[in-house]
Write a protein of this length. Structure first.
Length: 83
């Protein structure tokens, strides 16, 4: 049986910019990613020509620091807002 990654499941404090998108923390990293995708899909922020890219609105620009990121970049940029 596989062990769960307790560091990944441990609730983390969120930056104010991240809380504006995913809600109040603390929250585990897995839940942060899940809520990011809820926000992205709700606001139709996937690039229609390449669904692997996320188009940042004003709230996401505060997290990403740029207008468009790949879904793989997103994880790294989001985790910088966790402590």
């Amino acid at each position: 049986m596989a062990k769960s990654n307790s560091a990944f499941m441990k609730p983390k404090q969120l930056s104010p910019e991240l809380e504006a998108v995913v809600g109040k923390g603390p929250m585990p990293q897995s839940e942060v990613v899940k809520q990011m995708w809820v926000y992205i899909k709700k606001h139709d922020l996937q690039n229609p020509k390449n669904k692997r890219n996320i188009l940042a609105d004003d709230k996401l620009k505060a997290i990403f620091g740029k207008n468009e990121v790949t879904m793989f970049e997103m994880s790294g940029l989001v985790f910088k807002h966790l402590s």
